[in-house]
Design a binder for this molecule. Sequence first.
Ligand code: MV4
Length: 676
Amino acid sequence: MFKKILIANRGEIACRVAATARRLGIKTVAVYSEADANAKHVAVCDEAVNIGPAAAKESYLCGDKLIAVALATGAEAIHPGYGFLSENAEFADACAEVGLAFIGPPASAMRAMGSKSAAKQLMEKANVPLVPGYHGDNQDAGFLQEQADRIGYPVLLKASAGGGGKGMRVIESSEAFKDALASCKREAISSFGDDKVLAEKYLLRPRHIEIQVFADTHGNCIYLFERDCSVQRRHQKVLEEAPAPGMSDERRKAMGEAAVAAAKAVGYVGAGTVEFIANQDGSFYFMEMNTRLQVEHPVTEMITGTDLVEWQIRVAAGEALPKQQSELTINGHAIEARIYAENPEKGFLPSIGTLRHLETPAAVNFELGGVPGHPSAIRIDSGVRQGDAISPFYDPMIAKLIVWGADRKQALARMAQALAQYQIVGLATNIAFLKRLVEGDAFATADLDTGLIERNHEALFPPARSVPVAAIALAAVSLIEEEKDQSAAQSGANKGDPWGQALGWRMNFHYARKLAFSDEHGKQYAPMLTYLPHGWHFEIKGLEVDLSLFRQDGVDLSIKLGETSVHGTVRRDGDAFHVFTGGGHFVLDYNDPMAHAGESEAEGGRLTAPMPGKVVAVLAEKGAQVKKGDALVIMEAMKMEHTISAPHDGVVEEILYAVGDQVADGAPLLAFKTAA
Ligand code: MV4
């Protein structure tokens, strides 16, 4: 067994690998870019070495640097994680050349699965089922059209070198074939430098079902059942679960054996995933093989009681697989949700920023975990902690939330509950979206296919709703209590002395207060609170009730609102009150009447970045007189350009960024003064 390994990755997967290595008594070497000097993966490893600038091309993707660090630190093996160099055959070869074990498959297996069409030809020989189609070398337009006519429409054209949905065209009829082929080839050559395409029968409402396989160097190859990853958005997986709903034992065995045949056909060793596309009737076809450990591997670990990273390390060290096929069984059901720093309301644009507050359901549900003989109910794999930043350089995943239940229904309920307990302040997240997804009928009834999110768009993107009264009351109580504490502290009163506290607020505040909040959509809320001996009289929009605070533990408040008791957490971030209650997260901006006292009433303001991105053009100069609608700054985000224009006639007072600068979501781009 290895004594020391280098982890050639960052974020949650680097932490995941380090956790297993530690458990096995293997020392770990972390590598990090300049952007990651204080990252969690650096802290959890035994040693850490800087490998260069933030851009992955100059750090995490530099195979030669990684190998040099491994040799210098005395590591015997390199774990590549997923992404970066994990499926790079040249890197695996380079490791072997200097005597380092690559904790992954042989380079030859990666190469064999690298080309979609060549892989499909190999699979055909190995009797792995393929979608009816043509995946040969003949690229003559007339010949391909004959093939498409033979397959029958709709036909799907795919770039042979592609993957992840790029370079695909659905063709509905023979008449449409020629133009679609030309357009598909243009995209293929510009995206992959190779215009080879393959043609297949286009499946309607397919499911994505993948099989985890594992092979060792002793000739053993087994499958660890399936994962259903049908719930995707633009080819990004959103929810993954194991086992696949509706899977029969026979079908599971057939898919498992097909996956093992696929792995054996390319001399596979280590952890791999064979992806199938399945029809609603259960018929299935080989899509591709991922020659790495996958993001969603924890759901398989939870239902099989295995540690796949341990298996990877043992296999790379030459040991036989820890279990045989007959020793593996499925226990319960597991679901994974990927929690991302992204904004579903803004087309899922990444949200860059700092995790100012991070409360995970693991802490809340701690007592559920660790029951002897049972998998823990909740697992969180994350590479970030409170206070860490999500930077624009890497994937904006915050965490993987994985829950286990005795059955799917229980797992689903636990997922909804865990999402309701997740509290993040500082950046936009997809948590509310995930919650709607797991609570929606389509997912609950397992009506799965790759179009689920698009088909349920209305339910998943409901119109903005008003902030509930309970959340407004929590924010109001939190604000008033905080001011009371401050004024008590300022007047030197003893916090434990009720007279000191009472005097504190009686001297400083009116008998009644009207507060002004606004929500993220600009909607105004103006609750009025009148002091009573044991609380307040609370009025908002015609509703009048008594309100009292009956328990406060830091940011956790319990209030009585009329006859109902309400519990919640209120976290203040500047003027923003983040209220977490009833599984929802509401942001109320406090319009503090004192905060702007003394400032002039000057009309003017700042224009802010609508999303994180890069400034690609500055079209106005400092001091320029501009007309309403004039383009001032152009930003690029997600490969699209966004123009920031003058909101009124006025003067550009200051430009705060230059071309090439990276800007965070909401950052002021320029100071602008509206013409009088
Ligand atoms: C298909 C298909 C329908 N019919 N092939 C998309 C990515 C690539 N790995 C394969 N993909 C598809 N191939 C045939 N013959 C539909 C998809 C597809 C898809 C597949 C898996 C998961 C999500 C998907 C979303 C859209 C389309």
